[in-house]
Design a binder for this molecule. Structure first.
Ligand code: F3S
Length: 64
């Protein structure tokens, strides 16, 4: 599984990197970015799903 942020949709609300700072970071504009290649395992997928559920722009996608 892999998590991605749609950069067209992200408006920099910052909930992703507040909720899951081991998975997400922010760029120079304050928009969310995925750390590394976004690969998820059983330890990180729940946090990624929580961030996904809390993104007001629905900009986070988890690919199975
Ligand atoms: Fe962007 Fe959503 Fe995170 S708007 S900064 S992906 S909470």
């Amino acid at each position: 599984m892999k998590v991605v942020i749609d950069r067209e949709l992200c408006q920099g609300h910052g909930r992703c990197f507040s909720i899951a700072p081991s998975i997400f970071d922010f760029d120079e504009l304050g928009n969310g970015v995925v750390i590394g290649d976004g690969s998820l395992d059983e330890n990180t997928v729940e946090m990624a799903r929580l961030a996904q559920a809390n993104c007001p722009e629905h900009a986070i996608f988890i690919e199975e």
